[in-house]
Design a protein around this ligand. Sequence first.
Ligand SMILES: Nc1ncnc2c1ncn2[C@@H]1O[C@H](COP(=O)(O)OP(=O)(O)OP(=O)(O)O)[C@@H](O)[C@H]1O
Ligand SMILES: [Mg+2]
Length: 240
Amino acid sequence: MLLEVNNVSKHFGGVKAVNNSSFTVGKNEIVGIIGPNGAGKTTLFNLISGNFPVTNGNINFKGENITNQKPYILCKKGIGRTYQVVKPFGNITVLENVIVGAFNKINSKDEAKEYSLEILKKVGLYEQRNQIGKSLTLANKKRLEVAKALATQPELLLLDEVMAGLNPTEIKDVLPMIQSLNDDGITIILIEHIMEVVMTICDRIIVINHGEKIAEGTAEEIANNDKVIEAYLGGEATNA
Ligand SMILES: Nc1ncnc2c1ncn2[C@@H]1O[C@H](COP(=O)(O)OP(=O)(O)OP(=O)(O)O)[C@@H](O)[C@H]1O
Ligand SMILES: [Mg+2]
């Protein structure tokens, strides 16, 4: 297994944001994480990427216990992530934003630039390379988030709602991009509210509610799971 999350919890005071959750992700999978607002999805990413220490449990990456290691160390080990709230370094160009990420694995400035230009082509931002980060549209800011994470050369890429706020046409453009990253050998975990996206692109889906995993399976299995229907519809569906 590439990633193993074992009985992990994260409590903020009395709030059990993540509560005794376990799951695994195999190499080259695309796994979707879904669940209602506040279910603990982003917190789970923050634990895997080392942004928060766990309250309990452990996380293994490529067979190594990586629990509570610092984000920059985990990034070097091959865990890349995007943030739900996009924060491009505002006053530098799109290209410069990506070069910052590329320095994770590349020391030479010229090589980092070369590599970053390739990434920008891949995510469809090459034309915008000399624009200032904050001048981008939301859709392009989301692409830039992905580009920054990709530039670090992750083996495991955590995508936190990279399609939220995009219109259906923009989403149709981003989906093949994510698929092509996976075709290049990157394992992907994506948090997503847009069900059609999850159903289309994910090999497997994990559903969490109140910090706990309530279901796991294929799109079809999830769609027919009573606990999942109840979590989303607050019980109405149990009579349906
Ligand atoms: N840094 C923090 N300090 C205190 N509580 C937090 C912190 N981060 C998250 N929480 C709480 O943990 C719970 C889970 O939040 P989280 O952001 O992980 O949910 P989410 O599933 O990503 O939700 P959304 O779909 O709205 O993004 C919420 O109750 C939230 O208020
Ligand atoms: Mg979130």
